[in-house]
Design a protein around this ligand. Structure first.
Ligand code: ARG
Length: 433
């Protein structure tokens, strides 16, 4: 009897060819596992194609709800945005897929799992690290990392072996989708100077063609998790779907980024992530109202670390667990409602309210009812500025390049004298000659 491998099956060219290729190369039988994380694929078609292409079994798991609750929501609570741009859609799906591959392999008595990633991307890292962490006894096979076929050669291989494939008209992009976003790579996008053509976008309308009146949406959070839209309680998947539609219809959620991959390459990535972008914006606005300045500053640093953990395939690390515990704790008063205005490709928070808001009108107001004692400011400022005043007197006032000396004075400004160029700029100019 042949050994079995559980293959993460997308139904695309590479994974379809992989079934045959792995049988030929390793003698293994494939059990195909297709995981629905909210991609617009037809999973029944994929399942049938897997069987037609030689899989001994083909399974589809609808993991949408699990994906949102266990991956998107924690990422949202963390405000995890890789390099300040990418809401980590694909990156969040991979640890879930690794876990489902492992569980299926153990249940089916398989000795290995497989995925269709190449050797140039981040996804291979996320799959491999996840599987090695969860089940070190399983081997990980990555046929597309080994076979060294170009796309055309892969198509020839499929034809030669009668493999059923669905070739999109003219496959100009590499696309990966889940509820949290859509990633578009390759083709004309590989020249970073090219503006993404209209056909890369499917979830977001061109802001030229969006409604001429703004759309307002109210998002209610409980402990940092969205629970209702416009007062209507919805389940996790519905919330993400609804926000993708509302924001996408207003042209919100497009991202164009030169991204640092873990394997050392810079790559041009275009994303559509309407729900993720707007929910994160609203969530941050609610945090701004319900968390102290120090909590907010600290949490911003944690957000960068969380994004790196997720991006770099370290979901199953102790550090993720530790930081997640902090993030959970930080969310206990992040309950309330945020109003967002969506219009012509922009989204803007225009209102927020929270039962445990730290915003205090009697302290903030310039109107009557002001309880802020302004006379206290004098003493406070004196102590606050004491070290600055001391250092200015003792050290800085005599220095030529000090921040106090380099600003031109009234007479120089009146004479139209340009400020002196810094040495660095001068050096650069002369080296050009
Ligand atoms: N650059 C993104 C990431 O690393 C998106 C990857 C998309 N994956 C794909 N197979 N097209 O998470």
């Amino acid at each position: 009897m042949s050994e079995k491998v559980v293959l993460a099956y997308s139904g695309g060219l590479d994974t379809s060819v992989a079934i045959h290729w792995m049988k030929e190369k390793y003698g293994v039988d494939s059990i195909c596992l297709s995981i629905d994380v909210g991609n617009s694929k037809n999973f029944e078609d994929a399942r049938q194609r897997a069987l037609k292409n030689g899989a001994v079994k083909a399974i589809v798991i609808n993991a949408q709800d699990t994906f949102v609750k266990y991956f998107c929501w924690p990422a949202l609570q963390a405000n995890a945005l890789y390099e300040g741009q990418y809401p980590l859609a694909t990156a969040l799906t991979r640890p879930l897929m690794a876990k489902l591959l492992v569980d299926t392999a153990l249940a089916e008595g398989a000795t290995s799992v497989a995925h269709g990633c190449t050797g140039k991307g981040n996804d291979q890292v996320r799959f491999d690290v996840g599987v090695h962490a969860l089940a070190p006894q399983l081997k990980v096979l990555a046929p597309a990392r080994e076979w060294k076929m170009t796309r055309d050669e892969t198509i020839d291989y499929a034809k030669k072996h009668n493999i059923a494939i669905t070739l999109s008209k003219k496959k100009s992009y590499s696309i990966d989708e889940c509820l949290w976003g859509r990633a578009i790579e390759t083709g004309v996008l590989e020249d970073p100077w090219n503006e993404p053509p209209a056909d890369v976008y499917e979830w977001t309308k061109d802001p030229d063609k969006t409604p001429n009146k703004p759309t307002y949406v109210e998002i209610t959070f409980e402990k940092g998790i969205p629970v209702a839209i416009d007062g209507e309680e919805l389940d996790a998947v519905e919330i993400v779907n609804k926000m993708n539609a509302l924001a996408g219809d207003n042209g919100v959620g497009r991202i164009d980024h030169i991204e640092n991959r873990l394997v050392g390459i810079k790559s041009r990535e275009v994303y559509e992530a309407p729900a993720a972008i707007v929910l994160m914006q609203a969530h941050k606005a609610l945090e701004a109202m319900t968390m102290s300045k120090d909590q907010l500053r600290f949490k911003e640093r944690v957000a960068i670390d969380m994004a790196d953990i997720i991006y770099n395939g370290l979901w199953f690390s102790a550090l993720n667990r530790d930081l997640s515990a902090y993030i959970q704790s930080s969310q206990r008063f992040v309950t309330g409602t945020v109003r967002v205005k969506l219009f012509k490709g922009t989204s803007m928070v225009v209102g927020r309210k929270a039962p445990k808001s730290l915003y205090n009108l009697s302290l903030a107001t310039y109107d009557k009812g002001d309880k802020f004692d302004q006379s206290m400011a004098v003493g406070f400022i004196h102590l606050w500025g004491l070290p600055v005043a001391t250092q200015a007197q003792v050290q800085l006032l005599g220095e030529k390049d000090s921040p106090l000396a380099i600003i031109p004075g009234p007479k120089q400004i009146a004479d139209g004298k340009k400020p002196a160029k810094s040495k660095a700029v001068k050096a650069k100019k002369s080296s050009k000659k």
